[in-house]
Design a protein around this ligand. Sequence first.
Ligand SMILES: Cc1cc2nc3c(=O)[nH]c(=O)nc-3n(C[C@H](O)[C@H](O)[C@H](O)COP(=O)(O)O)c2cc1C
Length: 385
Amino acid sequence: MTHPALIMTESSNALPPLGRIPPNVFCAADYEIMARRFIAPPSHAYIAGGCGRDGTLAANRQVFQYREILPRLLRDLSAGHTRLDLLGHRLPHPIMLAPVAYQQLVHPLAEIETARAAAATDTCMVLSTLSSRTLEEVAQHAGVDRWFQLYFQPTRNATVDLLQRAKSAGYRAIMVTLDTAIKAPSLGALQAGFTMPPDVTAVNLSAYPVPGAKILERGESRIFQGMMREAPSWDDLAWLLKQTNLPVIVKGVMHPADAQRFQAMGVAAQVVSNHGGRSLDGAPASLSVLPRIRAAVGPDYPLLFDSGIRSGSDIFKALASGADAVMIGRLQVYALAVAGALGVAHMLKLLREEFEVCMAQAGCATLSEIGPGMLFSENSEAGTC
Ligand SMILES: Cc1cc2nc3c(=O)[nH]c(=O)nc-3n(C[C@H](O)[C@H](O)[C@H](O)COP(=O)(O)O)c2cc1C
């Protein structure tokens, strides 16, 4: 007999989420393949897509394939672990859930299920400003390690209100995303006919006034004087840092000079990220710029990384290239679509085990042993880790 969850719904042509872990998922990346059957094609195009002609999206994956790990032998790994200290808190592993908007696109309980998975696996979750469940509701299901991702709002009052709500709901840090002043579906999503369903909304923002569209004067640009007129500036970030005593992390850093300026102004940590290839098509892969940013901010400053991670060995390569921890974007949505909280928890468990296997095979007992010397280079003598 066909499992009820395997009967396609007519309306979306996509399978509803399973109530169990699927038997044929053997690695975290399998969720990416499987999710195609569980997400309506236009929404899938929106989630999987990048921007423009998807060049940066592709680069994010390609660069991982060209990085190679050079294993070391006969080391004692019997006291091995994956713990780290980040912003004053001890985390059991360096894998975090990236902020991903509008999760109701793939699951009716949306971010609530993701939060349950984060709590069950001791994973730090970063909730998007654009979540489809309120930050207060999600907080009730997430573990203690929860951070809030902030988009600057059109009015400072709304931005401050979000900060205060996040703090009251127990979020431990604020991650400000700076790389997407223009938020538009990708070319691929538009071609697939994607539009946001009317019942999927940014509920955190429902109480704030929406400024009317600017009427452009003749000669004004729809981009510069239109979409970009409310884009945040360095002054806005300096102002924001004074509005909260929570650690402020910036997300979307790709240039070493920007990284140094953020560090100098008191930003607590940074995420090297090109938004999973969804921001500037033509930007390099995030992994390509990571070593330069590590060199610019020094060895002790906290750096996170995302964009393109699909396996435990990708995590190892990101850490060896300079990251302290990584964030997982699309894989969490794919696992959520396939099997809700169970799927996300399973995906995280698989990723963590893949990472630990990679550490063990490479001969690294702790995260501090995963350095640039663990990466193979034709041009330099292999270092020690
Ligand atoms: C569907 C989707 C929605 C996203 N929404 C947000 C968001 O609301 N805020 C944010 O800072 N980043 C957002 N991101 C970017 C992710 O946080 C992360 O940078 C990216 O997904 C990492 O790449 P990966 O998907 O290859 O892991 C989104 C990404 C996707 C795919």
